[in-house]
Design a protein around this ligand. Structure first.
Ligand SMILES: [Ca+2]
Length: 460
């Protein structure tokens, strides 16, 4: 007992009470703090502020005197009033080297805009010490709402060390509720919808494995490779427009190649083919089109294919509307090259084929206008799988030039003509036409292309 009495500090004057806040025994520090607060005199504020400003820390990183001084200033009401030096000291303490002092400062500062600004600029929401971050969040939850605070709270929650903490998310919820409008605004500005899952594809899509996520032996299920000419390398890439995979085609020397899927369709039905293509350095070799989607059996880069991409493109959506005509089964190509060879790399993803709304009946006009039909060009190179246009267009005299003209004519006019038993001549072309439609025109209204039609008839 004698020894304890000997270490008891003298607490007889205000100066001695303040000095006792530095005692190495917490009992005396608490005792002095209580006496100073109950004394209620602000004459000690300069001395207390001096203790708070002391940036020194002990061997374990603490400065207990500064913490007690802060709480004493708080107890005396020195921080709530207009005492500039006390408030300045407390604001400066937000940057104190000791985490305990920073935390105490966050707890005792008045809940006003000045304190909030200082707390945010001192980056207390990003403090290395979790207790400081927690105290800062609780302080923010009691301070005026602000966009900056909301953004800070939102940013804080992106950090796993906060998100996985037991208490911080609760404190953040409180702070976010205080700053609700700003928090929601921050959330929405940084929110990116997750990529559409492969399973979220259109329920009407009739193509298999259209996001190329399903694989067997390194190949996309439901798709096969086709080499029309040249050479191409096929792969399932570890990048996708959605999901994490896509169908990839690349060629160094040049190739006219495709990933293909065969699917049953309803005849005389409008369909929409859509997909996403990404390209890298795709270059034509000769008369190619580029990276595109097409309906193999239509054998037409315009009537039966989407736009073709060349060069470098980030994911780009392509689309084709067509009518199935008499077809019951079609082949969709993720086509690289297309009526010629290309070099470079293309990725294909989310290839969807859906019946167009209101289809299922024979339509006198497909979604394609006559402009598209009349701009159809004869291809310079065709696939081994020759379409019906060619198989129907036979000649008794096989002059090459005539055949070329005939193909051109048949390709132009087939869609305008329907098979008629009474007239065998148009039937050749009409039956050949995929997407054939009712006879709607007479020769005289065929416009600038009618000489081609006459040319065609002359062969038969
Ligand atoms: Ca995918």
């Amino acid at each position: 007992m004698r020894g304890q009495r000997d270490t008891r500090p003298a607490l007889t004057t205000p100066q001695l009470l303040v000095a006792a806040l530095k005692n190495d025994n917490m009992l005396w520090r608490m005792h002095a703090q209580r006496l100073l607060v109950t004394r209620g005199q602000k004459d000690v504020v300069p001395a207390l502020s001096e203790l708070v400003r002391d940036k020194g820390v002990d061997e374990i990183g603490l400065n207990p005197a500064a913490i007690h001084a802060l709480w004493t200033l708080h107890g005396l009401g020195a921080l709530a009033g207009s005492d500039g030096q006390a408030i300045d000291a407390a604001l400066a303490a937000l940057k104190h080297p000791s985490a305990g002092v920073r935390r105490a400062a966050a707890m005792v500062l008045p809940r006003n805009q000045t304190s909030l600004d200082a707390l945010l600029s001192s980056k207390l929401l990003d403090d290395p010490d979790a207790q400081v971050r927690l105290a800062a969040l609780l302080a923010v939850s009691e301070m005026p709402p602000s966009e900056n605070a909301a953004a800070g709270v939102f940013t804080m929650l992106q950090d796993p060390r906060n998100a996985e903490d037991r208490w911080i998310p609760d404190a953040a919820t409180t702070a976010a509720a205080r700053n609700d409008a700003g928090f929601i605004s921050a959330l929405l500005s940084k929110y990116k919808p997750a990529a559409r899952a492969a399973t979220a594809e259109s329920p009407n899509n009739i193509l298999p494995n259209s996001s190329f996520e399903e694989q067997r032996d390194g190949r996309p299920v439901g798709w096969r490779t086709t080499t029309h000419s040249g050479r191409g390398e096929f792969a399932v890439a570890d990048l996708g427009h959605t999901g994490s995979h896509s169908a990839k085609i690349s060629s160094e020397q040049g190739g006219d190649v495709s990933w293909s899927a065969q699917v049953g369709v309803k005849p005389r039905t409008d369909y929409r083919l859509t997909g996403w293509i990404k390209t890298e350095n795709v270059r034509k070799v000769g008369g190619a089109n580029g990276a595109m989607l097409n309906v193999h059996e239509l054998q037409d880069p315009v009537r039966g294919g989407t736009k073709a991409l060349l060069g470098d493109n980030d994911w780009t959506q392509v689309q084709l509307d067509f009518n199935s005509g008499e077809m019951k089964q079609i082949t969709i190509n993720c086509l690289f090259g297309g009526w010629g060879r290309t070099t470079g790399t293309a990725w294909f993803d989310d290839i969807e084929l859906i019946p167009a709304s209101g289809s299922g009946r024979d339509r006198s006009r497909s979604a394609l206008g006559d402009d598209a039909l009349c701009s159809a060009r004869p291809r310079r190179e065709h696939y081994s799988n020759v379409g019906r246009v060619e198989s129907r267009c036979s000649f008794s005299r096989g002059a090459r030039a005539r055949r070329t003209r005939c193909r051109l004519a048949a390709r132009h006019f087939a869609p305008h003509r329907r098979h008629r038993k009474t007239d065998s001549r148009p039937s050749d072309a009409g039956a050949a036409g995929i997407g054939s439609r009712p006879l709607a025109r007479s020769g005289s209204t065929l416009g600038p292309d009618r000489h081609l039609w006459r040319e065609h008839l002359r062969h038969h």
